[in-house]
Design a protein. Structure first.
Lengths: 95, 220
């Protein structure tokens, strides 16, 4: 449970960006499959960016807890997808 | 527990960083690594930890090769020379994650008594470094890697951390590197000098002068 809370803390700075992407998806193509593909591509981009820059240093804290970068970004992706799908289901009820 | 690393080859582009490494650390002993700036000390610790992939390496624990990154075995904790703890987590949460007793911490460092709900961004650089060094040292892992633990610490805190290293080594294999060579020499049971990409076990401290890590007469 503590590890999940830690991954959520890692996800926290990305929440606003994710929400902005959700709004863009709602305007352009408010369907679940394109949303999942978009979020997957963005997660892979962020993972690559973090691994190739000094931001990689921030991962040591999580590595010390036995959490690899793959696990960290995978869990973050699934949390984000859960929020995105819930948001899309809710929003498409009103549009 | 005996940790050994050898056959390391690390290159950055065409430059050879490490190519003749043998290092042994064991429970009950502190292993110090000394070397000039840019000689590869931090890279070596990262390779042991598993966050840096060299071209070749062989890590063994009790003679069994470890093929996955060591951090995935939960046997190791690593204090990097840069900031470790995220700025948005409270000290309470961090101590819980690393399985370290807050009460014991504040008996040693009383000035932190009121800081439990604080986030690391509310502390000074030296205070953060002290917390990072403490949680890594006191966490229940069997192998501890410390990269410049004495940097940014006040002399009194260096003394306290040295005492904690002495206590913790009973159940842990500790590998330590720092430019405060006096503290490393005092804390370590074995010392390796890293020079020209290779390690040399220092049996006699005067060897540090012979290998031109220290100037002649520094140790007398």
């Amino acid at each position: 449970m503590q590890k999940l809370l830690t991954i959520l803390a890692f996800y926290k700075p990305f929440v606003i960006w994710s929400f902005l992407v959700n709004i863009a998806i709602t305007i352009v193509n408010p369907y679940i499959v394109p949303a999942v593909v978009t979020k997957l591509m963005l997660t892979i981009f962020v993972w690559y960016f973090v691994n190739e820059t000094n931001a990689k240093r921030k991962l040591i804290f999580y590595n010390n807890l036995g959490i690899s970068s793959i696990k960290l970004f995978s869990v973050m992706f699934f949390i984000d997808i859960f929020i995105t799908i819930s948001y899309l289901i809710l929003i498409t009820e009103y549009i | 527990m005996i940790l050994e690393i050898d056959n390391v080859e690390l290159y950055f582009k065409n430059k050879t960083i490490l190519n003749g490494i043998y290092l042994k650390a064991e429970t009950g002993k502190v292993t110090g690594i000394l070397g000039s700036n840019g000689c590869g000390k931090s890279c070596l610790l990262q390779i042991i930890f598993g966050s840096l992939r060299p071209k070749y390496k062989l890590i063994r624990i009790d003679n069994s090769p470890i093929l996955k990154p060591l951090f995935q075995t939960n046997l190791v904790k690593y204090l990097p020379q840069h900031a470790l703890i995220p700025k948005n987590l409270s000290l309470k949460h961090i101590f819980k994650l690393y399985d370290v007793e807050w009460e014991e911490f504040i008996t040693i460092f009383e000035e932190f008594k009121l800081f439990e709900p604080f986030k690391s961004k509310q502390l000074s650089g030296g205070q953060v470094r002290l917390v990072e060094t403490y949680i890594v040292l006191k966490s229940p892992s069997k192998i501890i890697l410390l990269d410049e633990p004495f940097s940014h610490l006040a002399p009194l805190h260096i003394e306290k951390i040295s005492t904690i290293i002495e206590e913790e080594k009973v159940n842990k294999a500790i590998i330590i590197t720092d430019h405060f060579y006096h503290s490393i020499i005092e804390s370590s049971d074995n010392i390796y000098l890293l020079k020209n990409g290779a390690t040399k076990l220092i049996d006699d401290l005067l060897g540090l002068e012979d290998y031109k890590y220290l100037s002649q007469g520094s140790l007398t």
